[in-house]
Design a protein around this ligand. Structure first.
Ligand code: GTP
Ligand code: MG
Length: 242
């Protein structure tokens, strides 16, 4: 199974080469597509160097300016569908919050036909949040997930997570042109649309680790926006059903 992992980057020059090495060490046929929004720290150049060094196993999309996680992923997904033959298309953060070691289990679920999309999940048995997270942040994340899952009536434990592996056919069937959200709600929107279209969503436990290098930009405001966005999703996709 050919797997392509889309990695959006904004100032991840230190993390990216380490992450690519870790991915290439997995017992999987992995390629990487970096989507860089003209990072001031030169991540785009780092990605180009990786591309040159890995005989094309790393590819890069350069975008002119920082326009958020959602648009970066959508650009990456479209590129993957149009220009590659990948059987599975993944998404993960560049900052090592998403341990590469969980990827083979996600791939197995797709390969065995047990799921149409596999999610790395902090909220299934065996999954865990960073021990270093303050209690308020753990509480907020857990609450946000229960909240979104209840309102949207989705049988998914971790709806805001950004570590996922999509079967090519699943992603190709998603109405990507309708996806509007950015940030956390982007993940919720994609999961919700997949669920409403009747795709089988499986979850693999992960230990979510805080970013190792660089500054965290998590804020209460970001999560509050996401909370409101859930209601918009309910309305905007009222037409969809499997
Ligand atoms: N291309 C692109 N990538 C982005 C943008 N914003 C964030 N990213 C990347 O998206 C991934 C997730 O972003 P993070 O900044 O780690 O978000 P987070 O995990 O919610 O917050 P942290 O606590 O800072 O780790 C990382 O690989 C970022 O480099 C953006 O505007 N454009
Ligand atoms: Mg992060």
């Amino acid at each position: 199974m050919h797997t392509l992992i889309v990695i959006p980057t904004y100032n991840e020059a230190e993390n990216l080469p380490r992450l690519v090495s870790a991915l290439f060490a997995l017992p999987l046929n992995v390629r990487v597509l970096v989507v860089d929004d003209n990072s001031p720290d030169g991540t785009g150049d780092v990605a180009e160097a990786l591309k040159a060094d890995t005989a094309g196993r790393v590819d890069v999309l350069h975008r002119a300016e920082k326009s958020g996680l959602g648009p970066a992923y959508l650009a990456g997904f479209r590129h993957a569908l149009e220009n590659t033959a990948a059987d599975a298309i993944g998404q993960m953060d560049a900052d090592f919050s998403h341990a590469p070691e969980a990827l083979p289990r996600m791939a197995t679920l797709l390969k065995n036909g047990q799921a149409d999309v596999a999610l790395g999940s902090r909220y299934v048995p065996g999954g865990r949040l960073d021990d270093a997270w303050p209690r308020w942040r753990k509480g907020l994340s857990a609450f946000g997930n229960v909240y979104a899952r209840s309102i949207l009536r989705m049988p998914v434990r971790d709806v805001t997570g950004g570590y996922r592996l999509w079967k090519r056919e699943t992603l190709a069937a998603m109405p990507l042109e309708r996806i509007r959200a950015n940030g956390y709600i982007f993940q919720v929107e994609m999961a919700y649309v997949a669920h409403k279209l009747g795709f089988r969503i499986a979850e693999v436990p992960i230990y979510f680790q805080e970013r190792r290098w660089g500054q965290s930009k998590m804020s209460f405001r970001i999560q509050a926006e996401a909370a409101l966005g859930v209601w918009q999703l309910l309305w905007r996709y009222r037409d969809l059903s499997a």
